[in-house]
Write a protein that binds this ligand. Structure first.
Ligand SMILES: [Zn+2]
Length: 86
């Protein structure tokens, strides 16, 4: 039995681990794993979808942060870091 840890959200194939990174975020170690689909065409479509989702989420987050603390620049730093990871 093969346990599929990271099935592709589109085709269900086992995703390839491109890189893993350990970061200290708010005092705890967080492991970020970057995976991609073995099918390049599928990966392209998934990335497009992820980017769309990310853009929408980042827009929501920045709107939310702006409402709560208009002078808090932390959100910019966090979002900038996120983009680099992808
Ligand atoms: Zn796929």
């Amino acid at each position: 039995m093969i346990f599929v840890k990271n099935p592709c959200i589109r085709c269900g194939k086992q995703r390839i681990v491109v890189k893993t990174k350990r970061e200290l975020i708010n005092g705890s170690w967080v492991t970020t794993t970057t995976t991609r689909c073995p099918d390049p065409d599928c990966q392209r479509i998934v990335e497009k979808q992820l980017k769309k989702d990310n853009d929408a989420r980042e827009m929501l987050i920045s709107q939310f942060k702006n409402l709560n603390s208009p002078f808090n620049r932390r959100s910019d730093i966090v979002l900038g870091k996120r983009k680099k990871n992808i």
